[in-house]
Design a protein around this ligand. Sequence first.
Ligand code: GDP
Ligand code: MG
Length: 598
Amino acid sequence: MDLKHIRNFSIIAHIDHGKSTLADRIIQECGSVTERELKSQMMDTMDIEQERGITIKAQSVRLDYVKDGEHYVLNLIDTPGHVDFSYEVSKSLASSDGALLIVDAAQGVEAQTIANVYLALDNNLELLPVINKIDLPAAEPERVAEEIESSIGIDATDALMVSAKTGVGIRELVDAIVDRIPAPVGDPVAPTKAIIYDSWFDPYLGALALVRVFDGSIRKKQIVKLMSNNEQHEVLDLMYPHPLKKMKTDSIGSGEIGIVVLGLKDVGTLNVGDTITDAKNPTAEPVGDYEPAKPFVFAGLYPIDTDKFEDLRDALDKLRLNDSSLSYEPETSIALGFGFRVGFLGMLHMEVVKERLEREFDLDLIATAPSVVYDVYLTDGSTQEVHNPSELPPVNHIERIEEPYVKATVITPTEYLGNIMNLLVAKRGLQEKMDYLNEERVLLEYSVPMNEIVVDFYDKLKSISKGYASFDYEPTDFREGDLVKLDVRVAGDVVDALSVIVPREQAEQRGRALVKSMKELIPRQLFEVAVQASVGNKVIARETVKSMGKNVTAKCYGGDITRKRKLLEKQKAGKKRMKAIGKVQLPQEAFMSVLKMD
Ligand code: GDP
Ligand code: MG
């Protein structure tokens, strides 16, 4: 296929600005599906999965479009969209030659808009600003065009005005894709050179790679090589991505995108970012630098029912078939027993994985407080990466600790500015930038320790801005911090699963709050229980859980029998979710309380 007739583009947007709706509209405009099929696609994904026999994960799609009598192929390349997956996003963008930048006409530019634009500009993409939802009564397209110019610095006078809902402006948009997004460049006769920008597992076909071919072509029966690990495989089958049909092909040429079937049993070696080339006649250089997915956040995952450890291992193995960024290794905790230390790309990734494990595999799990990765420099000159606070070496062996920082971008209406700046300062943030997008909205950029945003930053930001502030972050560098390990002891025993690394100046306040909420959560036992917070051997806070007689109902003076029964039932239900620390029974909420601390 002639490169001049191909357009490869991504759609980037802040969440809810209409990316999926617009993608469906573009597909419809190109006539690949009818309105009725489009509806059934959205409502009945399962049937379609069976029909075309491959799992719908990537939403990339190859479309045909005729403009001025010329036939074009438009490849809409989907991006995962969230910063947790920014490495994947950047590989999707590296596979594109341009991007539609969607901005909601009523909301304006938001934090993820900015973060995605940075990634697109890093990949030298032609940006086409598209202002969506112009049908809304609250739409202010001119104001939004100004915001795009002031926050991103690109010319928005030619921004396309559309409504993905009503279809207004969609034809003009597709014409603009042909006119304004550059055609791919590549050498059709050079050795094969293609990048994997997504991979997933299909129960019938095995691991599938979604690729963009730069030079040469990928052909059926060709023996190809993965450049990161030199593995060689035969190409069993090739397809173009389409929302409804399986579109088989014998080759995927220069400038095109397609799905490669190699017959692999898991996605383990099909890594996003890797280059595919010909085994006998390889290309000289890979498409770009390949980096294995790097987890930024770690947490312990433990089955509440200790018999379920092997089930948890099976579930993690299954999830990994489809998510090569998931890493885990077995871990034991005195408090929680046998579990896994799991590495995640970010907080969203962690939530998604935990939820999938619980829902799809019917497991009840305790997650320990998420921890970032600390670089610990020891007095003997060595360094150690610490993923688990309880593994921090003794203080007298530590020369210094470095912690990861992020660049946090917040966009907010001006009325919440003061509160948000206070929050950022409380989170040890350093202001890098403050730009008024217009009289009503401000963009803030802060350097913030990642540790401060992994727990409850987002919820706090949403609550103090009544939901109006948007937030995004990007890991930047490691910086020295004055950090200590805060331990919790129950009846003298350190509860390893509750140890956290905190800034020294926050240790006492955090310790106090911690033992106080622990005291509330530990049920009275037959003996007095001391709850202490300590840094090293120094106890910095203490509370006591008073002892109680055998009979829990004793404190119900008088004869309110229903209340007594309720109390007994509650105690019975609670037992299931208890973990024993030494001789003390601790409820699951005690572990979770650490997460929610101020
Ligand atoms: P995404 O998160 O960017 O993929 O956004 P979606 O495509 O899921 O859209 C988010 C919401 O906005 C949905 O409720 C859509 O129906 C709605 N939406 C999308 N485009 C338009 C539009 O042009 N006009 C209006 N009024 N609503 C829209
Ligand atoms: Mg969507």
